[in-house]
Design a protein around this ligand. Structure first.
Ligand code: BES
Ligand code: MN
Ligand code: MN
Length: 455
């Protein structure tokens, strides 16, 4: 039987197994789900074994386990390192889900579940493609699987694991499906992800919550102060005002920008889809550019004072904010975090004490289109979609990608099969049946073309 016949004959089982994985609530951000996270790690290890991987192991870390497996058929052949993550984002707000997040359901040819697209569905298609190659004796090269459970929290324990296991993980290319395409009839390959830098701010005003009638107007209100400080981080052209923030930021050539502008995109459809009056963003850049090649700063949460029902006339003692910045090539997360901290301390008035806590950071990454790694992906997608894919830069981050490049000297190919409509991290996340099976069908072609082009 050839590979595609095998895939066809096993469609229902491939779907059932993915559903089993989707039922496990492996939420890495919430320590209440530790058991489920471990269960998902073990599930992956089990499936790697069943698919025919050797040396399958679960590596315990200070946090969540890493599942590993490999198939080395001939040391003189190239090796593909497949990376993916089995952890998911919290499903909140729960009441906005049409069907429960951990009870996968098919509607309109799509699988609805938290993690359906990000990244369980996409990652699992690699295990099934591998199984298909093993069962049909068509695996053309060596493969190593590295599937982690902390991607959604910045991969804190995978980073040291990779550093300590450089020999074990040695490969010629890293292959990841954890990004999206432009559309099902417009296949694309991600050639850039943004980096990230996270921080939290705590402002303290008076030593306790005060009556806002007795003290209001006379004492600095940390929430008022914080909102003003936060508003000042962008100027009227939506440039970020932190001194030095744009130093070294990569500027794309006019030719590169013209190439990006060719990508099919309707601003009206984008605004309608999000139900917003109009888009906004940095002056001088298109929406696609703002969301991919330009750095950003966003408040992810801001709170303090009274948040219960009704009103309470309080002048709060404390105010808090969580912030992330997206970084582009040549911006270093450590430096950006330092600049951020210094700036926040500088602009805080005397009426408050300020504490800035720096969080996780990851550098941006780009893949050159003239590499064998990219060319193999382009050929593979062309074979199964019947259309040459276009290269795109994405706004999201995958923390480990830069490390594979800097610490191991291996480039990553982001051959993702998701769509923006899949609503990852949002309620009603979905993944098309078309996309799940297209992934399984395309991956063996990648192995074949990468092996051929490496000769
Ligand atoms: N799969 C996403 C990254 C992504 C999303 C790439 C959309 C391209 C398009 C990944 O799981 C993710 O959500 N990453 C986080 C990383 C963060 C928590 C360190 C992100 O980008 O916010
Ligand atoms: Mn992901
Ligand atoms: Mn994610």
């Amino acid at each position: 039987m050839n590979t595609s016949k095998f895939i066809e004959a096993n469609q229902q089982r491939f779907l059932d197994e993915l559903f089993d994985l989707l039922r496990i609530p492996s939420i890495s951000t919430d320590s209440n789900y530790k058991e489920a996270v471990h269960k998902a790690g073990e599930f992956i290890a089990e499936k790697l074994k069943e698919a025919g991987a050797d040396n399958v192991e679960i590596f315990e870390t200070k946090g969540n386990p890493i599942a590993y497996g490999e198939k080395i058929i001939d040391k003189s052949l190239p090796t593909i390192l497949v990376y993916g993550h089995y952890d998911v984002q919290p499903p909140d707000p729960l009441d906005l889900w049409t069907t429960p997040p951990f009870e996968p359901t098919i509607r309109d040819e799509k699988i609805y579940a938290r993690g359906a697209c990000d990244d369980k569905g996409q990652m699992f298609s690699h295990l099934k493609a591998f199984e298909a190659m093993m069962q049909t004796n068509t695996l053309p090269c060596n493969v190593k699987f590295l599937i982690e459970g902390e991607e959604e929290i910045g991969s804190p324990n995978l980073l040291p694991f990779v550093r300590e296991n450089i020999e074990k993980l040695k490969a010629d290319v890293v292959l990841i499906s954890d990004t999206s395409m432009v559309a099902n009839d417009c296949p694309s390959i991600t050639v850039g992800t943004r980096g990230i830098a996270a921080a939290e701010i705590e402002l303290t005003g008076p030593n306790r919550d005060l009556h806002s009638g007795t003290y209001g107007g006379a004492v600095g209100n940390p929430l008022n102060v914080l909102s003003k400080m936060m508003a000042s981080l962008h100027d009227e052209n939506k440039h970020i005002t932190i001194p030095g923030f744009y130093d070294n930021v990569e500027e794309l050539s006019q030719a590169e920008r013209a190439e990006m502008a060719k990508r099919p995109f309707s601003l009206k459809a984008y605004e309608n889809y999000l139900e917003i009056g109009s888009v906004q963003g940095e002056e001088g850049f298109s929406t696609i550019e703002r969301a991919s090649i330009r750095p950003t700063l966003d408040l992810n949460g801001m709170w303090g004072g009274y948040l219960g029902e009704g009103t309470k006339t309080v002048l709060p003692s404390k105010a808090y904010a969580k912030i992330t910045m997206r970084l582009v090539p040549n911006q270093k997360p450590e430096r950006i975090m330092e600049l951020f901290k210094k700036h926040i301390e500088n602009i805080a008035p005397d009426s408050v004490k300020v504490k800035v806590t720096l969080g996780h950071g990851a550098p941006p990454a780009v893949t050159p289109t003239d590499s064998i790694a990219y060319q193999a992906a382009a050929k593979a997608m062309e074979a199964t979609f019947g259309k040459k894919p276009i290269p795109t830069r994405m706004g999201g981050s995958i923390p480990i990608v830069a490390l594979f490049e800097y610490e191991m000297g291996i480039k990553t190919v982001l051959m993702g099969f998701g769509l923006n409509e899949d609503a990852i991290h949002s309620p009603n996340e979905s993944y098309g049946l078309f996309n799940y099976f297209k992934g399984i069908e395309t991956i063996p072609y990648y192995y074949q073309y990468f092996t051929e082009l490496s000769k």
